[in-house]
Ligand binder design. Structure first.
Ligand code: ADP
Ligand code: MG
Length: 596
């Protein structure tokens, strides 16, 4: 006798069901999609034990009449398509016509449904795919589906379910994504009797995000936008300030053309936008809403359509990163500079620069601030920052006219400047901040005025190899105002240097420069010179910047803050270390248990 047997039909159903129903979260997903397709504006989801024993999704959608209520439990029952051809055009969220039947096959399912025109509802109870009870019941208009004990009759699959906590997290993340995608629907989520989410209808993504993340994180969420016309690309982002983070990436939601998608490159671009201001190994919290020309994406790389591939991924990633950088940067500036807008800030906290930077070198005493308590103390010692070149450049005109709204508290550990702002404190790393300022300043070619002739030229002696490398790549040094020249076979002289660098250790700068040439040599020449330029700029900024441990005067601190805030990218130094750490009043109060 042969060994091949035809499986009984109910076994075939159970196997097929496994393809739709992987885990409790996939049941929740199908049920929510059906509710949305039914036009629901209120969806209530109740979960017990991570969904393993109990899942209920109730909606106020159109409901079903008696024949549909029976039909929907049968395989390939759907009101959404009539032929395979329709699959191509389908606009609804679920479209396989087998979800309910599949779920019913592997659980104990109860369907309760009523349409507006009916006085009573119908309740059908199914056990492992067989109907065991039918009743007329009183119920509100809409549909409620309860799914208990999933996989009770397929122990093989039940074994693969993860811990309650893990299954629950998958459900919570899915409900969050659905709620972000459908702001026009009120979502409630309960888990083991706890009310986790209550999200009434809203009109903006940020309002929805605040509902989902809770008021605590909500107060630290900010928004950003970016676009790129060429691809009809528009990005709206919501992101938590870097003081809020997670160990995992589970709270970074990505939507492309309104569908939740998985794409780790987009998430990486989002994280990169934080420019290392997050502590090592930590991940941000946020959401990306991307719309793009449909021909720019391919969603058919995964059967569930939850992965997406872009025709121009690099452009999209760059737009995301830029958006995050700008939003975080603007946010920091806004905190320190709400400018004349807010009234509740007392004049005592306002510090107004009362000098023009070009006349600064003659000022020994800054004028008192309007309102008085914060004044720049008279300083008789020479201005360190001025010596270091911080003041040699005309400051951005606009900045000069602004009112800087912070109170300088002082310097700690001779390294960090502490200022008070409307919403808490900022700690500024003086070296990192000055590096950033100089780095942006060095953005342009140095002209004669900014270089200074050395009375005693610097002589640097190198090995044969080093001299050879340097000879080939001397251009970036000259570009930045370092007048260097071969002098004999292994010796170089430097006759002029940028004023900012007049006391810098040039032997170290040149030797470091040579090691980079050696390290980076294989890359293309264009990338190479860009990289060398950038590295050199960062190195010069580092060498010219005030150091950790340098004592600063009050005026110098104000000057540093002002210039930092005027930077294009003020939150990190050129090496990617943070310049500013923000401690919100909320955090301080929370620590001292003065608020919940
Ligand atoms: P599909 O969603 O692919 O049509 P399902 O098995 O998920 O397949 O659902 C079958 C049918 O049952 C749907 O087409 C719809 O007509 C009906 N249905 C399911 N859930 C609901 C609901 N919550 N409200 C109204 N009708 C529903
Ligand atoms: Mg469906």
């Amino acid at each position: 006798m042969g060994i091949i047997r035809i499986l009984p039909e109910h076994e075939i159903h159970k196997i097929a069901a496994g393809q739709v129903v992987e885990r409790p979260a996939s049941v929740v997903k199908e049920l929510i999609e059906n509710s949305l397709d039914a036009g629901a504006t209120v969806i209530t989801i109740t979960i017990k034990n991570g969904g393993k024993t109990f899942i209920r999704v109730a909606d106020n959608g159109c409901g079903m009449d008696t024949s549909d209520a029976y039909a929907c439990l049968k395989n390939h029952a759907t009101s959404k398509i009539t032929s395979v051809n329709d699959l191509m055009q389908i606009q609804t969220f679920g479209f396989r016509g087998e979800a309910l039947a599949s779920i019913a096959a592997i659980s104990r399912l109860r369907l309760k449904t009523r349409q507006t025109e009916q006085d009573t509802g119908l309740q059908i109870t199914v056990d492992g795919g067989s109907i065991i009870a039918e009743e007329i019941v009183a119920c509100p208009v809409g549909t409620e589906i309860t799914v208990e004990d999933i996989f009770f009759n397929t122990p093989g699959r039940q074994k693969f379910l993860k811990k309650d906590e893990t299954e629950w997290r998958a459900i919570a993340s899915l409900v969050n994504a659905s709620a972000l995608q459908h702001k026009g629907c009120c979502f409630s989520l309960f888990h083991d009797e706890r009310h986790i989410i209550h999200a009434p209808i809203v009109t903006s993504n940020i309002e929805r995000m605040i509902q989902l993340m809770g008021a605590d994180i909500g107060r630290d969420l900010i928004t950003g936008k970016n676009e790129y016309h060429g691809l009809a690309l528009q990005i709206e982002g919501i992101m938590a300030r870097p003081t809020r983070y997670r160990y995992d990436k589970n709270q970074i939601y990505v939507f492309v053309n309104r569908r939740p998608v998985k794409n780790h490159k987009l998430i990486t671009a989002f994280i990169k936008g934080y420019n290392n201001i997050l502590p090592a190994g930590k991940n941000p919290i946020g959401a990306l809403f991307i719309t793009i020309a449909p021909e720019e994406i391919d969603v058919n790389i995964h059967p569930r359509k939850d992965e997406v591939r872009f025709t121009h991924p690099i452009t999209v990633e760059r737009c995301i990163q830029e958006m995050v950088e700008k939003a975080l940067n603007d946010d920091i500036k806004q905190i320190a500079y709400p400018m004349q807008k807010s009234d509740q800030f007392t004049p005592a906290k306002v510090w107004q620069p009362s000098y023009r930077p070009d006349t600064f070198s003659h000022v020994t005493q800054a004028a008192p601030a309007p309102g008085g308590t914060t004044t720049c103390k008279a300083e008789t010692e020479p201005f360190f920052i001025q010596q270091k070149g911080l003041l040699d450049v005309p400051v951005n005109e606009q900045i000069e006219n602004e009112t800087y709204r912070y109170q300088l508290i002082g310097q700690t550990l001779n390294t960090y400047i502490i200022i008070e702002i409307d919403e808490g404190l900022l700690l500024i790393d003086q070296h990192a901040a000055h590096e950033r300022i100089l780095y942006e300043l060095f953005d342009n070619r140095f002209d004669e005025k900014t270089s200074t002739q050395l009375i005693f030229p610097i002589i640097i002696t190198l090995s044969n190899d080093e001299a050879h490398l340097l000879n080939e790549h001397i251009a970036p040094l000259r570009f930045y105002g370092i007048d260097i020249e071969a002098f004999g076979s292994n010796t170089f002289t430097i006759r002029a240097v940028p004023v900012y660098l007049k006391d810098a250790p040039f032997d170290i700068i040149i030797k470091t420069f040579i090691t980079w040439i050696d390290e980076e040599r294989p890359i293309t020449s264009e990338d190479f010179s860009r990289l060398l330029n950038e590295k050199l700029r960062a190195l010069m900024a580092c060498k010219a910047a005030i150091k950790a441990g340098d004592r600063l005067t009050t005026t110098e601190m104000h000057e540093l803050i002002t210039k930092l805030m005027a930077c294009k990218q003020s939150t990190t130094c050129p090496h990617g270390r943070p310049t500013i750490h923000r401690i919100s009043s909320y955090e301080i109060e929370k620590f001292f248990q003065r608020c919940s």
